[in-house]
Ligand binder design. Structure first.
Ligand code: FES
Ligand code: FES
Length: 158
């Protein structure tokens, strides 16, 4: 059998000690073990951005991240973004601007956008937003409204 590894981490602010297969992805661990299904599995190979989460505030593709590597780090998923009943400004902006159609890509779009604005500084143009968000694919082509939402949210977040 496989030797499991012990991974002390925190997910959405809650300390948790995981025992995982060293080959398990963070994506599968979040969805299957912790029942956090907000993080979506699109391509499972680093090409769509649907699985984006934060590790210590930086955006990562959880399908390409091994759960064993998040030891001692803070993982944040879409479920942990709101402040109680109060949506994060980025979530609110997606609602206000109808920045979604089927919604499948939305958690990844929002997690990616929040980390982009917080770590890389607010985008100075719509082109910069598009460039910064180029790893997040939307099959419904809701891009114009996604850009509107991010432009608006980053004003509030500053
Ligand atoms: Fe991770 Fe597509 S599911 S990038
Ligand atoms: Fe459907 Fe983006 S809203 S994939």
């Amino acid at each position: 059998g496989v030797t499991l590894v012990t991974v002390p981490t925190a997910v959405n602010g809650n300390p948790v000690t995981l025992r995982v297969d060293p080959r398990a992805t963070l994506l599968d661990t979040l969805r299957e073990r912790l029942d956090l299904k907000g993080t979506k599995k699109g391509c499972d190979r680093g090409q769509c951005g649907a699985c984006t989460v934060h590790i210590d505030g930086r955006r990562v593709l959880s399908c390409l991240t091994l759960a064993a590597t998040v030891s001692g780090q803070q993982v944040t998923t879409i479920e942990g973004l709101a402040d109680g009943d109060r949506l994060h400004p980025m979530q609110q902006a997606f609602v206000d601007h109808d920045g979604l159609q089927c919604g499948f890509c939305t958690p990844g779009q929002i997690m990616s956008a929040v980390a982009m604005v917080e770590n890389e500084g607010p985008a100075r143009s719509d082109n910069e937003i598009r460039e910064g968000m180029s790893g997040n694919i939307c099959r419904c082509s809701a891009y114009p409204r996604i850009v509107d939402a991010i432009r608006d949210a980053q004003r509030v977040m500053r």
